[in-house]
Design a protein around this ligand. Structure first.
Ligand code: 13P
Ligand code: SF4
Length: 322
């Protein structure tokens, strides 16, 4: 590590101790941000960590909806988003008015929203889900509410994945909600990568398009993807003679590669698309984290009435998961 970088990291560590602060980072964060975080994980794990910590300040290195979720679950803690421009474009695709109109059109439908939504929309939902549990949640909500229809938003690709787990009809709201970064991963990428690495296993995120989901070996949340790659044993026999298990084709935002390479050394990881980058996830830098620790700003604030309703929908998910 360069001397300048080492000094900066030491300063951040001192500030964290002095202020009783921790850094939570999503799996897509820049490598140097992941490396100084107390915890790196997926949306569900970060929400759980935010509740479990005794720190008074959470420096949240992720996007807005993740920091909002942490704030909603922890009204007594200060949640700081180092760059307030880190706004998930998918979450913006479902404004509360659009969801309210869909609810009027389908008054008997249950409403399950992906955690990648605005707090104002979460406030109108029966239950929240994450990529780690969408199938389990739609199954449980359909049963508990005896619902034959579920409004599900904003990601139509996650809706496609969730639909496989329930007989209830899932209606995506809006019709064309998607993640611009995962949308870049197309079938040709998968076919080319498979031709180049025929023995590799394919592991993708459920925000990928259905055509990619249908041709993968595994679908999981970002941390679920890491777990799968770690567990797959090198030297496993596939189709008689080929040795597989130590090569993986990764279908998600490229930031996950850092964690994979760190936690599964010796295995090889190839992104399905090197251009699957989420610019909003890369906005937090060590400079901005240091400034956020110094100033304790910008704080993430969710209006109390909205937060209370959104909290109920998030807690419903946590209850179902047990
Ligand atoms: P995970 O919860 O799987 O980390 O997904 C969050 C996300 O925004 C993926 O694009
Ligand atoms: Fe949002 Fe996609 Fe970025 Fe995840 S990768 S934060 S869904 S834009």
């Amino acid at each position: 590590m360069r001397a300048e970088r080492r000094e900066q990291v030491e300063k951040i560590e001192r500030l964290k101790r002095r202020k009783n602060a921790i850094i939570l980072a999503h799996n897509y964060q820049r490598p140097e941000v992941q490396d100084i975080a107390e915890f790196v994980g997926d949306s569900l794990e970060l929400a759980r960590k935010a509740v479990a910590t005794t720190a008074e300040i959470i420096i949240f290195c992720g996007v807005d909806f993740m920091a909002e979720t942490a704030a909603v679950l922890n009204p007594e803690k200060k949640v700081v988003l180092p760059d307030k421009g880190a706004v998930c474009p998918m979450a913006q695709q479902l404004p509360p008015a659009v969801l309210a109109a869909a609810k009027r059109e389908h008054p008997d439908a249950a409403v399950v929203l992906y955690v990648n939504t605005l707090a104002e929309s979460k406030a109108l939902a029966d239950c929240i889900c994450t990529s780690a549990n969408a199938q389990e949640i739609v199954r449980a909500v359909a049963k508990a509410k005896d619902a034959s229809t579920i409004l599900f938003g904003p990601d139509r690709n996650l809706a496609y994945h969730a639909q496989k787990a329930t007989a209830a009809k899932i209606i995506p709201v809006p019709e064309y909600g998607l993640c611009p970064s995962h949308h870049q991963i197309v079938l040709q990428d998968l076919e080319r990568a498979k031709a180049e690495h025929p023995q590799a296993k394919v592991v993708v995120h459920p925000e990928c398009i259905p055509e990619v989901q249908d041709r993968t070996d595994f679908i999981a949340s970002t941390s679920g993807m890491v777990k799968i790659c770690r567990q797959q044993q090198a030297g496993e026999e596939v189709e008689g003679s080929a040795v597989a298990g130590d090569e993986f084709l990764i279908g998600t935002e490229v930031g996950l590669l850092h964690r994979l390479e760190k936690e599964a050394p010796g295995k090889r990881f190839y992104p399905l698309s090197a251009t699957a980058v989420c610019p909003q996830m890369k906005m937090h830098t060590l400079e901005k984290i240091e400034a956020a620790l110094e100033s304790e700003e910008p704080v993430v604030v969710v209006e109390r009435g909205v937060a209370e309703k959104a909290r109920r929908a998030i807690e419903r998910m946590l209850e179902i998961l047990g």
